[in-house]
Write a protein that binds this ligand. Structure first.
Ligand code: 13P
Length: 253
């Protein structure tokens, strides 16, 4: 059975004081997670070690970094390498978020290198893809996302791909309150799985968790997560509130 994942992306929100409060609240209230249910919390770099401590011993609760350098090591001021993240025990990292693509000019080739840096250090990437509004309006989102997958992901071996989580996040639904309908999410995520199957075979495609992201909240999580090709969510705004995020965790199928 595929992992069903509630992933939080704190982005550049919360002070460490606020973050600790939120983690304490979550750690004390997250229900015991059975086999294939996972919670992943992507926090800012300075909070990684403290967040690992706050969630230590919580089964199936993981801390993620929000970024990783495409370089291995060297004179790259301000960058954080995969080796560094692995050395403090970080198991997951976000790669290819639309905000990184848009504001920090991370193209498909840079993202391919970031995936390599994560995987060679034993860190599982959560690879984000998704189309802007104009592409959705032209109804060419399937081809758009397919190119993102091909150019960043499909150089990986099948063994490597099994360690990648894919997050489909339509840009027009991020932080806008405008969620994709559960049918829109299912249609494209089913397409993503079929593209992965064409490249790697059905068995591999069946194992890859594909999350939906974009204005997921407690009120719509059950409906979205109940779709067969939606294996949970990558949550921004609603993950900053303990009650909201707890309800989203409980919505995992
Ligand atoms: P929102 O849930 O705030 O729309 O953000 C989604 C997102 O970008 C998660 O990575």
């Amino acid at each position: 059975m595929r992992n069903q994942i509630a992933a939080a992306n704190w982005k550049m929100y919360l002070t460490w004081q606020q973050g600790q409060e939120l983690l304490e609240s979550l750690a004390s209230q997250i229900p015991a997670l059975n086999g294939n249910h996972q919670v992943i919390i992507a926090v800012p770099f300075p909070y990684l070690t403290g967040s690992l401590e706050k969630t230590a011993g919580k089964k199936n609760v993981f801390i993620a970094a929000q970024n990783i350098s495409d370089k291995k090591s060297g004179a790259y001021t301000g960058e954080v390498s995969g080796e560094m993240l692995a050395s403090i025990g970080i198991p997951y990292v976000l790669v290819g978020h639309s905000e990184r693509r848009e504001y920090y000019h991370e193209d498909n080739a840079i993202l391919a290198a970031k995936l390599d840096r994560a995987l060679e250090n034993g860190i599982k990437p959560i690879f984000c893809c998704g189309e802007p509004l104009e592409i959705r309006e032209q109804e060419t989102q399937n081809a758009f996302v397919e190119t993102q997958l091909k150019e960043s992901l499909f150089h990986l071996s099948a063994e490597q791909l099994e360690n990648v989580v894919i997050a489909y996040e339509p840009i027009w639904a991020i932080g806008t309150g405008k969620t994709a309908t559960s049918q829109q999410a299912e249609d494209i995520q089913k397409h993503i799985r079929s593209v992965v199957a064409t490249q790697y075979g059905e068995a591999v495609a069946d194992k890859v968790s594909i999350l939906y992201g974009g204005s997921v909240k407690a009120a719509n999580a059950v409906e979205i997560f109940s779709q067969p090709d939606v294996d949970g969510g990558l949550v921004g705004g609603a993950s900053l509130n303990a009650d909201e995020f707890l309800a989203i965790i409980k919505a995992l199928q």
